[in-house]
Design a protein around this ligand. Structure first.
Ligand code: PMP
Length: 395
C-alpha cells in the first residue's frame, strides 16, 4: 500500500547531518560518557511551583476537554504579555493556544498556504521547517543567508526569492545560529512582505533569551500586523518542553479559522497544562530570567574561552541557547569535525550541515550542560580544533 506523498516527503533524502546525533545517542546508551551539546533541552526541569500549579488544577477537576482555542485566562495573559512587549494592541481574540510551538508552526502554514504554493524560509534553519511546509502540500524554498552577514537575510536575496511566493518563515533569536535580527534586517523583511503580499510567520520561541540588543517582533512594524502570525511557546522560556504548550498570535479572523482547524486536529490543549502556563506567566520576567540565566552565563564563559584563540570564530550569538562556531579554518566540514570530535573526546555537537547548506563549515554547540562540564568540553573542543591549525603545524 502506498502512503500519501505529504507523509513520505516530510523528511528529505540522503544524509541530513543528523548521523552524529544518532551516533552519540547510541554510544550513550551503551554506557559511554558522552557530553551532549546537541539539542535544545535545558539541563533543569520545569520549576516546582509550576508543577504544583499543574497538580492543583488537575486535582481541582480541570481534566476534561478544555475550550478549543484555549482558556480565557491563558489567552488573556499571553495577549497582555505580547501587548506589553510589542506595543501592538492585542486581546485574547488574537491568540490560539496550541500543543507546543511546532504544532503552531504547522497550523500557521496550513492557514495561509494552498497546495502547490511557494513558502520561503531562511537557511540555516530549524530542522523541522522544510518538512512543516511540505506537510501542507506547499513547496519549500530556502533563502540562503551568508555567514559573511552573520546569517541575517539580506533585502536583495529576499526580493529575488519572493517572486511568486506566498509566505515567509523567519526565526529570531535564531536556532541554530544564535543571531538576533537587527532593525535593518527587519526593515528588509517587512518591505519584501508588503511589496510581494506575503504572509510572515515569525517564530519567536526564543524571545526571552536575548543576550545582546533587543528582540523586535515584526508584528509591531508598520503595515505588518495584518499579515503576521507570531509563533510562541513555553518550552524555552519556562523549561516546559514536555508540557507541549505554545500559541499563535495573529489577526482575529485568522485565529477564528485556526480554531476551526484545531477542532479538527488537536481539539485543544489539556486545561491543567494551560493553568500551569498561566501561573508561570503570572510570575513575570523574574522567572523567565531565572530560566535564561544559565545560557547567558555560559555564553559569556564561551566567548572568553574562544577569545583566547583565533582559529575558530564565534558567529555573533546574541540570543538563544546555542553557539555557532565557524570551523572552516580547520579545513574540515562541520560533519567531519563533529564526527572526529565525538570519536576523540566523546563530545557531541551538531554539524552546521544539519541545518541546511548555508552553515556548512560550522558547528552548533548547545549550551545545555552544567557550567563545569561545559567549560571542560569547550576547552577540549578548542584544543582539538588547534590540532588542525595549518599555521601551527609548520613549526
Ligand atoms: N522553533 C524553533 C526555532 C525551535 O528551536 C523549536 C524547538 N527546538 C521549536 C520551534 C518548537 O518548540 P516547541 O514545539 O517545543 O514549542
Amino acid at each position: 500500500m502506498e502512503l500519501a506523498h505529504r507523509m513520505t516527503a516530510l523528511t528529505g533524502d540522503g544524509s541530513d547531518g543528523w548521523d552524529v546525533f544518532y551516533k552519540a545517542r547510541a554510544l550513550k546508551k551503551q554506557g559511554h560518557p558522552i557530553i551532549e551539546l546537541t539539542i535544545g533541552e535545558h539541563d533543569i526541569h520545569t520549576h516546582v511551583d509550576i508543577l504544583a500549579a499543574m497538580g492543583r488544577s488537575a486535582r481541582g477537576g480541570h481534566t476534561g476537554y478544555a475550550a478549543v482555542p484555549g482558556t480565557e485566562g491563558l489567552r488573556t495573559a499571553i495577549s497582555r504579555r505580547i501587548e506589553q512587549q510589542s506595543g501592538v494592541p492585542t486581546t485574547q481574540d488574537n491568540i490560539l493556544i496550541t500543543p507546543g510551538g511546532q504544532s503552531a508552526l504547522f497550523a500557521a502554514h496550513m492557514a495561509v498556504l494552498n497546495p502547490g504554493d511557494i513558502a520561503l524560509y531562511c537557511d540555516p534553519y530549524y530542522a523541522t521547517y522544510p518538512g512543516t511546509i511540505r506537510g501542507t502540500g506547499a513547496l519549500d524554498r530556502a533563502i540562503r543567508c551568508d555567514p559573511a552577514y552573520d546569517f541575517q537575510p539580506q533585502a536583495t536575496d529576499l526580493e529575488v526569492a519572493a517572486q511568486g511566493a506566498r509566505s515567509l518563515l523567519v526565526n529570531s533569536p535564531n536556532n541554530p545560529t544564535g543571531v538576533v535580527y537587527d532593525r535593518a534586517t527587519w526593515k528588509g523583511i517587512a518591505q519584501t512582505c508588503i511589496a510581494h503580499d506575503l504572509w510572515l510567520i515569525s517564530d519567536e520561541v526564543y524571545d526571552t533569551q536575548v543576550w545582546h540588543g533587543a528582540h523586535i517582533s515584526p508584528r509591531s512594524l508598520h503595515g505588518m500586523q495584518e499579515r503576521t502570525l507570531v509563533i510562541g511557546s513555553m518550552s524555552k522560556s519556562h523549561a516546559m518542553t514536555g508540557s507541549r504548550i505554545g500559541w499563535i498570535c495573529g489577526p482575529a479572523v485568522v485565529i477564528e479559522h485556526l480554531t476551526n482547524f484545531a477542532t479538527h486536529t488537536t481539539y485543544g490543549v489539556p486545561g491543567f497544562i494551560q493553568d500551569a502556563a498561566q501561573f508561570a506567566l503570572s510570575q513575570g520576567q523574574a522567572l523567565e530570567d531565572e530560566v535564561a540565566a544559565p545560557f547567558r552565563r555560559r555564553r559569556r564563559i564561551a566567548l572568553d574561552l574562544i577569545a583566547q584563540q583565533n582559529l575558530l570564530r564565534a558567529v555573533p550569538c546574541s540570543g538563544a541557547m546555542y553557539l555557532m562556531l565557524d570551523i572552516r579554518a580547520t579545513g574540515l566540514s562541520g560533519e567531519a569535525f563533529a564526527h572526529a570530535l565525538l570519536d576523540a573526546h566523546q563530545i557531541a555537537v551538531m554539524p552546521g550541515e544539519s541545518f541546511g547548506q548555508a552553515a556548512a563549515g560550522h558547528i552548533r554547540v548547545a549550551m545545555t550542560v552544567a557550567d563545569d562540564r561545559f567549560i571542560n568540553a569547550l576547552t577540549d573542543l578548542l584544543s582539538f580544533a588547534a590540532e588542525f591549525d595549518e599555521n601551527k603545524r609548520r613549526f
